[in-house]
Ligand binder design. Structure first.
Ligand code: ZN
Ligand code: FE
Length: 253
């Protein structure tokens, strides 16, 4: 990769991501949960801020944008189809559109479900998924439907396995406590929970993760697995029905 990504803890459990290309000295931010930790990081490194990519309208992903505009005057990208609920966009994009920032081509893909109009930003080797696909979990389905969220997760599941998943929150241990109720004997899941607990005990973020480990351990991506269907006594159910069952159980967990 021609860029580096910094994970910036914000608020109580949010993450923002700074993407920096050393050779072009360009920096982009994915989501602005608050401004101060981001300003501190940019100033500490002597960077500027060229671009902000917004994933979705929730306040814990956009609240810092106004102050960051005053401080750095970045170009704001977000979903044209949700622009009435987003901060003012300089570049309004749509599902499937590509653009180049930090010397790198990105594609926005619609991953609605958590909200309608949620975008993920994909580039070679990395996906910024916010509250769609999360580490060992997925966002709660607030505005969309279960079929919609399943479709969104399925798009992300088809990326190359080595893709690094940059998601929006530190929810991983709680997600793990739920995941193990779905697949109590999944050895990859058992090993991952142990790894993530160790990271958390040292104050290390569990985000990002890799798509490869999500495919092996994330119950929401595994709704299409015969093994998971069997464990839920849903052998004859379709993938969406199984996803809906798992998501509903998590909501009540
Ligand atoms: Zn959200
Ligand atoms: Fe969020």
């Amino acid at each position: 990769m021609s860029f580096t990504v910094l994970t910036i803890p914000c608020r109580s459990d949010n993450y923002a991501f700074l993407i920096h290309n050393e050779s072009t000295d360009e920096t982009a931010l994915v989501d602005a949960p608050e401004s101060q930790p981001i300003i501190n990081e940019i100033n500490k490194r002597g960077w500027k801020l060229d671009t902000i990519l917004i994933t979705h309208h929730h306040i814990d992903h956009v609240e810092g944008i106004d102050v960051l505009i005053q401080e750095f005057n970045p170009t704001i990208y977000g979903n044209q189809d949700d622009n009435s609920r987003l901060p003012k966009l300089d570049v309004a994009i749509r599902d499937g559109q590509t653009f180049t920032i930090c010397g790198q081509e990105f594609q926005a893909i619609d991953v609605s479900g958590h909200t309608i109009g949620h975008l993920a930003y994909i580039t070679k080797g990395a996906a910024f998924t916010a509250d769609s696909l999360m580490a060992l979990g997925c966002g709660r389905v607030f505005e969309g439907t279960f079929p919609m969220m399943w479709t969104s997760l399925s798009k992300l599941a088809q990326l190359p396995e080595e893709t690094i998943i940059y998601s929006g929150h530190e929810y991983t241990l709680a997600n793990g406590r739920f995941a193990i109720t779905i697949e109590p004997n999944n050895p990859d899941l058992i090993a991952r929970i142990k790894r993530e607990e160790e990271k958390c005990s040292k104050g290390i973020p569990t985000v990002p993760s890799s798509l490869k480990e999500e495919l092996k351990t994330n119950p929401f991506l595994r709704a299409n697995q015969p093994e998971v269907k069997r464990l839920l006594n849903m052998e004859d159910a379709n993938n969406v029905e199984v996803f809906a069952e798992i998501r509903t159980r998590k909501d009540n967990f």
